[in-house]
Design a binder for this molecule. Structure first.
Ligand SMILES: [Zn+2]
Length: 340
């Protein structure tokens, strides 16, 4: 009986020394140490047939064999693991293998555009002010000279909240807020999100971004506005770009003007981008309406000012030749990474 145990032990040790995979090792472990039908279990079953005097000695021999086999199997496992780790290390430190470049983030193209506009205004002494996106009807409309029955409210219709306030339809709502809370002179820039009840398409969104510039002091005139707007266009689009003012109508400015910038694609000759006109719409502007000054507690006889409104999204679209406003908000990395 003891000879059989010695033979089993020798055979298992020899096989364990040659095993190279975890699967083969597990197979051998089950074959030898398995509770049901394992070689060692079968050897144990012979114990019952032995005379009592030999039982203790045989039991001790079985346990010794079991320990020797377990030690051999553990040693084989350690050897396999070591080989695996060495393989992993060899792969990881293959210096000829192409590296994984980490993906780094970047500022959104709208943020870059805004930062650029802010840089321009800041360098001329303007302060950046932020206002509430949930606005009262007073600051959104009445204070900027749009009474309740005025038709201009229709195309600025926005989202009303149950308490009568609304999501601001333009950053012009910051004009009176800023004028009321600061003594003159006022030189502010109010950027932010605005909301309109527009259906989503390539050029319309229910949410977009505006930047409102406002300068109020004694003796501010339309010439200041023209100089400022022309400078801003050159800053944003290039030194060779020209500006023009077209008479227009806004409730909160008088006189009012649309500001156009010469088309950069055709240099003003006329092309598809500018629809043959040579000019691209840039924003609205004008001299602050006396009623707005009065609503803010300013005497229109003593003070005057200009206001200038830009669409951040529109500026970004013009500068980067982007044709669909929706791409700004879809967060497709293929689009965003172009500007990162
Ligand atoms: Zn053009």
């Amino acid at each position: 009986m003891s000879d059989q145990l010695a033979e089993l032990e020798a055979a298992v040790l020899e096989r364990a020394a040659k095993i190279t995979t975890r699967a083969d090792l597990e197979m051998l472990r089950t074959e030898v140490l398995g509770r049901k039908g394992g070689a060692l279990s079968r050897a144990m079953s012979g114990l019952a047939k032995l005379p009592p005097a030999e039982k203790a000695e045989y039991g001790r021999r079985v346990n010794e064999t079991k320990r020797a086999i377990e030690a051999a199997l553990d040693a084989a496992l350690a050897r396999i693991e070591k080989t695996e780790i060495q393989g992993d290390l060899a792969r990881t430190y293959d210096t000829t293998f192409p590296g994984n470049t980490p993906r780094s983030g970047g500022l959104h193209v709208l943020r870059q555009t805004l930062d650029d506009v802010v840089d321009f205004f800041r360098s001329r002494g303007f302060a950046v002010v932020l206002g509430p996106e949930v606005e009262t009807e007073y600051y959104a409309f009445e204070a900027v000279n749009i009474p309740a029955d005025h038709p201009a409210r229709d195309n600025m219709d926005t989202f009303y909240l149950p308490n009568g306030s609304l999501l601001r339809p333009h950053t012009s709502s910051m004009q009176v807020r800023a004028l009321k809370s600061n003594p003159p002179p006022i030189a502010i820039l109010a950027p932010g999100r605005v909301y309109r009840r527009d259906a989503l398409d390539a050029s319309h969104s229910f949410m977009f971004h505006q930047i409102e510039g406002l300068h109020v002091d004694r003796g501010v005139n339309f010439g200041h506005l023209k100089g400022f707007a022309a400078d801003l266009c050159r800053h944003l689009f290039g030194a060779d770009r020209r500006t023009r003012f077209r008479p227009s109508y806004f409730q909160f400015t008088e006189p009012s003007a649309e500001v156009d910038v010469s088309c950069g694609v055709c240099a003003g000759r006329g092309c598809q981008t500018c629809k043959g006109t040579g000019w691209l719409e840039m924003g609205g502007s004008g001299m602050v309406h006396p009623n707005v000054l009065r609503a803010s507690g300013y005497d229109p006889e003593g003070f005057s000012g200009w206001a200038f409104g830009l669409g951040t999204d529109r500026i970004a679209m013009l500068r980067h030749d982007i044709h669909d406003i929706r791409t700004f908000f879809e967060n497709d990395p293929r689009f965003l990474e172009q500007f990162a």
